[in-house]
Write a protein that binds this ligand. Structure first.
Ligand code: PMP
Length: 428
């Protein structure tokens, strides 16, 4: 496949946009080459500027769970756009989507909508600090919670891909309030609580990590975090920006049967439009302005187009009771196929998967935290990535990312992908 027009467009973009992209993970820095420029997308496929069709395993990094240009979402957005695109005033639609979200997700009474996952996590942390009157937070190395200052300390996703997990510009003062723990290491978390008695406001965690590849929580880990929070008067924040409305209707809280105090959302909740949200029990959420003292705001928050898209998405996920099972089955089929081909072709690998989140690490040892995720063979990943691209299969251009499966994928698409993996792993 040729990607000539994309290369030209990238060269033009680089002149006026830093690195040619508006978010670093889109660049092909980790794998070499130039990013693909998308012209359109429908269902499970991307169509690029060179006229190639690609089977998409990024799906806008998660949101397109029902496929690209899903008709009910597109129609709702068109319909709403004609009635005005932003008012900065309340609309009935905001209450409608809030009611639906609250009915789908366990342990939340109220939800506030923002414009991105970053904003959701940043606001959740401020709320937790205000509510507990404590400053410190615990985050896990390799987890990514958006690019607000408190989180750019050993962050995952693009931050590790580009070797800058600790960004310049984040002050020492901010960094000292973010305590780091190893994912799946409960003793490490217990030690931090011991060393910082009555100072820790919250633990924030991706309940299934998706930003150092996919890493499931080990048996009992989330429950043990819950207990430590309860014993120490800290809040447990589940960053469900990836897992929310994807792993189950009620996200990871439902899947693992663990109560979080605050939950953050992004991706799926906006149906592909810029939406994030954070939610919790009344006593916590009522700490927010205008009822409570913790300030948080947004001119475009609850934007009618975004809310219309999100509502159609959530409605579909709420009514199609088989969807999460179907997604799990499709992803399990893909996992089995990839496993068989890579094994047959003598490649060393580990596949981690939870529901429709899956990733292939090129190392045979278990991948349970950032350290083990970093042992993967990145040189092999580059060849694998470009090999798949030549076959018309698009996975994230970094070994530290998760593949997101969409319900629009057919079993023919999955077989097409498995055959591509076979071909590529025979070649390299
Ligand atoms: N939390 C998690 C778990 C994420 O994966 C991401 C983005 N990939 C974010 C927060 C930040 O979301 P956004 O990019 O919408 O700001």
């Amino acid at each position: 496949m040729l990607y000539q027009r994309s290369s030209q467009l990238f060269a033009e973009a680089e002149k006026v946009i830093p690195g040619g992209v508006n978010s670093p993970v889109r660049a092909f820095k980790a794998v070499g080459g130039t990013p693909i420029f998308v012209k359109s997308a429908k269902g499970a496929y991307l169509y690029d500027e060179d006229g190639n069709r690609l089977v998409d395993y990024i799906n806008s990094w998660g949101p397109m769970i029902l496929g690209h240009a899903y008709d009910p979402v597109v129609n709702a957005v068109i319909g709403k756009a004609k009635l005005g695109t932003s008012f900065g005033m309340p609309t009935a639609l905001e209450t409608e989507i809030a009611e639906l979200a609250v009915s789908m997700v366990p342990n939340i009474d109220k939800i506030r909508f923002v414009n991105s996952g970053t904003e959701a996590c940043m606001s959740a942390i401020r709320l937790a600090r205000g509510y507990t009157k404590r400053d410190k937070i615990i985050k896990f190395s390799g987890c990514y919670h958006g690019h607000s200052d408190s989180f750019l300390i050993q962050a995952g996703s693009g931050a590790i891909t580009f070797g800058a997990p600790n960004s310049p510009g984040v002050t020492q003062g901010t960094a000292k309030d973010t305590l780091l723990a190893r994912y799946n290491d409960i003793q490490n978390v217990a030690d931090l609580f011991e060393a910082n008695k009555n100072e820790i406001a919250a633990i924030i965690i991706e309940p299934v990590a998706g930003n150092m590849g996919c890493i499931p929580p080990s048996e009992g880990f989330l429950k043990a975090l819950r207990n430590l929070c309860d014993e120490n008067g800290a809040l447990l924040i589940f960053d469900e920006v990836m897992t929310g409305f994807r792993l189950a209707k009620g996200g990871a809280q439902e899947l693992f049967n663990i109560k979080a105090d605050i939950v953050t959302f992004g991706k799926v909740i906006g149906g592909g439009l810029p939406v994030g949200a954070f939610a919790g029990r009344n006593e916590i959420m009522n700490y927010l302005a205008p009822v409570g003292p913790v300030y948080q705001a947004g001119t475009l928050s609850g934007n009618p187009l975004a809310m219309a898209a999100g509502l159609e998405m959530l409605k579909a996920l709420n009514t199609d009771t088989a969807i999460f099972k179907r997604l799990d089955e499709k992803t399990a089929y893909l996992e089995k196929g990839i496993r068989e081909k890579l094994t047959a072709n003598g490649i060393k690998f580990t596949i981690n998967r939870v529901g429709s989140m899956i990733s292939v690490h090129f190392d045979e040892k278990p991948v349970t935290d950032l350290q083990s995720a970093s042992n993967g063979d990145n040189e092999y990943f580059k060849k694998f990535f470009h090999g798949l691209l030549q076959e018309g299969v698009y996975i994230a251009p970094s070994a530290y990312e998760t593949w997101f499966i969409t319900d629009a994928l057919t079993y023919e698409d999955l077989d097409f992908t498995i055959n591509a993996v076979d071909k590529v792993s025979k070649q390299f």
